[in-house]
Write a protein that binds this ligand. Sequence first.
Ligand code: HGY
Ligand code: MN
Ligand code: MN
Length: 412
Amino acid sequence: MTSPAEGDSFHRMWADLRPIGRAAATGGYRRHAWTGADADCRTWFREQAEARGLAYETDRNGNQWAWLGDPAQGDAVVTGSHLDSVPDGGAFDGPLGVVSAFAALDELRREGARFTRPLAITNFGDEEGARFGLACVGSRLTAGVLSREAAHALTDADGISLPRAMEEAGHDPSAIGPDPERLARIGAYVELHVEQGRALDLTGDPVGIASAIWPHGRWRFDFRGEANHAGTTRLADRRDPMLGYAETVLAARREAEAAGAVATFGKIAVEPNGVNAIPSLIRSWLDSRAPDQAGLDTVVAAIEQAAKECARRDGLDLSVVRESFTPVVEFDHVLRDEIAGILAARLPAPAPVLGTGAGHDAGILSTAVPTAMLFVRNPTGISHSPAEFAAEDDCVAGVRALAAVLEGLACR
Ligand code: HGY
Ligand code: MN
Ligand code: MN
């Protein structure tokens, strides 16, 4: 068991954060960008920063920063993650990294660590893209891989634009866009995250280090047919988009299996969505990921081809739009190996180095600054679900590992 001091601040923060945006019926979280639950998470973050005497700020893109030391000194060590969730998401995806960052700082301060580099703790906004459809909006804007114009064009299911949602939540969107000055202050970004998979459960390690992120993206497939009566329209007379959609879902599974990739249709909107009406329109979203770009391209092209063939056969109009894309990420080898060395001196066995199919802000920031990730064991591997879990001892092992890494990097 861990010493009370180590676990205290982690458990206190975890208990404070736990009820925010949690749906009683499922135990899942609905902390979508620029909603009330997101605002409550942001308030929690600011309170944690100010309670520790850290300099708090929200950047032009709505990301939250808590600074120890003078950012202008540069070469800062930054750690954090995100607090937003997927619809009905788990408690750990994102928050574990933010809570662990504050807890690791608490531990280092208890031990009298002397920081020689500025340290910042972050909450990157809208990592899941649950409301506006694009993943990692806050970090993409800051890293300059999402243009101001493209961000302004993002809308949610109710047609509310991202800037308007920001404004309604009290954040001025007028300056959203690249933030090179801020990036120039960062010497290294290290994100701790619950593992979204079972690799560490299989190796028996509480903590691992990330090597790479698979290329992945989101595509919207719209199948437009002809609304009609479900009871009186002859089968031969139908232009039913549901058939095209259904066959495309089956093709996605087939093509992904053949390519050693993954493909998921997890979101669908049916118009008019009546039990006794043949739909006029099916909007559906594909999430696909593969170990390399060629594999991903092959899978998505094959799925699109299958959709086209169905559309041609059934007289449907098909449109396919890529809404989000993240190229393959290879984390900085020097930082990765430095972290492995720091942990090797602390852990009973070297921390495994593992790839992931999950996207992260660290992946986006890797285009601009040296980044690394630590994973904390997830015994079931389940994520993006209320069942997502990490054992208490593993969470505290994650805090200890992060504290060791921050000390090794920022207290030289
Ligand atoms: O979708 C992802 O991989 C991440 O959880 N945003
Ligand atoms: Mn996630
Ligand atoms: Mn995440």
